[in-house]
Design a protein around this ligand. Structure first.
Ligand code: SAH
Length: 500
């Protein structure tokens, strides 16, 4: 019997690709066609096989936004064309997701379907802000309410009954009508000083959390330029458990490329910080070059291959996959990594690094490698950024190793609007590479950085570049990783150390 078509209605979670369910991910990995909404991130779509047809059915960023009937029609059309069709929706598909229309259409057309739940925005926002939505002593209920009708008008709900419940209330689509919603809650008997927390872009790099009272939250959100998507959580005891975290409330400016900032932002948000992304450069992939393609078939001829960043590892394996190669290209070659993050990235591809120095700098990588392996006559391939310093290669050469270098990527400064960042905005600036420092100070003059702003450097190379601009970092991380940076900032905040 021919395999029947099936439409999977999958909740993708609120934004971060890690928040989809395992079942959702498994189905996505074998999709023939994915119909997706606006808030679905690129990373999730990349999980679908290359052959899958990706169809955007969001209502934003298109000249003629599709009507619900058009979306229904597209689902049915593709259900007749493909076997595994995914309707990928933000959060949970069954919460404010117009699922009724789509399910009715599938039922009417006798098309097989399965619903896979997702993490709804309220749960994600509560987790990101450290707020408990129910508590057996203070909040016996949580109510999800839409802040808008289909036409974008204020919603017609019974505010008095809502307030009477005395539980937690979460407003979705909260931005446009926030002021009116809060006024109506107060008019319906809710104390004006009840806590209100707005979480925008929960779980994403540009996540923002604003805390206030029902009386003041709308004004505060306007001042902070809060935009959709955001939820507003209201409750007497809406307390953030992240307040106990050392970075709680600290506004931290990140200066890497966008994906790097996004990775750091997730770690900072989990520590209660407010991460602000100021991408200073973008990476340019060089794995399409002839030189790279030539070397990939010859890797097994080397004794050692060196990776010095997680980015290098990921780009390398993506390019290898495109060329229909897998980890066997390394054959007997051993692998050295500059640090734990690079080694972890390698493990994601099923390979364990043979050598990682104790201190994660290229200087230490060279020194400790030479001491341990005495590489005279050994053939070593360095797969790195075109901007990496020459010291590693030179040290290995002076130990009489035979070095070949192939650049996997390079970086280029991007144009930015420094005016968006005002001094009052930030407590810390974080520099995670020397190149980021150079790019940053093309946009800002060192004298414009207030003495109140603290500076965190990821390691000696970035520190030297910061000093070149006449600024002394407040702290340099001991372990040259994002986690090391966070630990270093937390120690300063806890006043445990001074950096000299
Ligand atoms: N089905 C979705 C909700 C769709 S309605 C779910 O279960 O989450 C769209 C609304 O969801 C937005 O206006 C916003 O209120 C909320 N939302 C979606 N993603 C969000 C995010 N990352 N952070 C905060 N709110 C979000």
């Amino acid at each position: 019997m021919a395999e029947k078509s099936k439409v999977y209605i999958i909740g993708a979670g609120p934004g971060s690709s890690g928040l989809i369910s395992v079942r959702g991910l498994q189905i996505l990995q074998r999709a023939d066609c994915v119909l997706y909404d606006r808030l679905i991130g690129r990373e999730l779509l990349d999980i679908a096989p290359k052959r899958a047809e990706l169809i955007y059915v969001g209502k934003e960023h298109t000249r003629r936004p599709p009507k619900q009937a058009d979306i229904n029609h597209l689902i049915i059309k593709n259900a007749h064309k493909y076997k595994t069709i995914i309707r990928l929706k933000g959060g949970d598909a069954l919460i404010f997701g117009r699922a009724t229309e789509e399910l009715k259409c599938l039922a009417d057309n006798k098309i097989d379907f399965e619903i896979i739940p997702g993490i709804t925005a309220a749960s994600a926002a509560a987790a990101c802000a450290g707020i408990v939505l129910t508590d057996r002593n203070t909040a016996s209920s949580v109510t999800y309410v839409t802040g808008q009708t289909v036409e974008g008008k204020p919603v017609n709900i019974d505010f008095k009954s809502l307030v009477k419940l005395s539980g937690t209330i979460v407003f979705y689509m909260a931005v446009g009508n926030m002021k009116q919603i809060c006024q109506r809650l107060i008019k319906s008997g809710l104390a004006a000083n009840t806590n209100a927390v707005v979480v925008a872009n929960a779980s994403l790099a540009n996540q923002k959390i604003v805390k206030s009272t029902v009386a003041d939250i709308a004004k505060k959100c306007e001042r902070e330029n809060i935009e959709s998507p955001a939820v507003m959580i209201i409750g007497k005891k809406c307390f953030s458990w992240l307040q106990s975290q050392p970075l709680f409330g600290k506004r931290i400016l990140m200066t890497r490329d966008s994906p790097g900032n996004a990775e750091l932002a997730c770690k900072l948000a989990a520590r209660g910080a407010c991460a602000i992304s100021y991408p200073t450069f973008k990476l340019l992939n060089l794995t399409g070059t002839k030189k790279f393609k030539r070397i990939i078939g010859k890797i097994k001829n080397f004794d050692w291959v060196f990776f010095t960043s997680p980015t290098g590892v990921r780009l390398f394996f993506k390019a290898a996959e495109k060329l229909n190669k897998d980890a066997r290209i390394f054959a007997g070659a051993k692998i050295a990594c500059i640090g734990s993050e690079t080694a972890n990235a390698l493990e994601d591809f099923g390979i364990k690094a043979d050598f990682v120095p104790k201190v994660f700098t290229s200087d230490q990588l060279a020194k400790s490698f030479i001491k341990k392996y005495k590489p005279a006559g050994r053939k070593i391939l360095l797969l790195r950024s075109a901007l990496a310093d020459s010291a590693l290669a030179e040290k290995l050469k002076s130990a009489k190793a035979k070095i070949k270098q192939v650049s996997i990527y390079t970086a280029k400064k991007i144009e930015n609007n420094p005016k968006e960042i005002t001094e009052n905005d930030i407590d810390w600036i974080v520099f995670a590479s020397s190149f980021a420092v150079d790019c940053f100070f093309k946009d800002f003059k060192p004298k414009d950085i207030s003495k109140k702003v603290k500076i965190a450097s990821i390691g000696p190379a970035a520190t030297d570049t910061i000093k070149k601009f006449g600024i002394k970092p407040t702290v340099e991380s001991k372990e040259h990783t994002f986690d090391g940076l966070i630990e270093a900032m937390e120690k300063v905040i806890n006043k445990k150390i001074k950096f000299s």
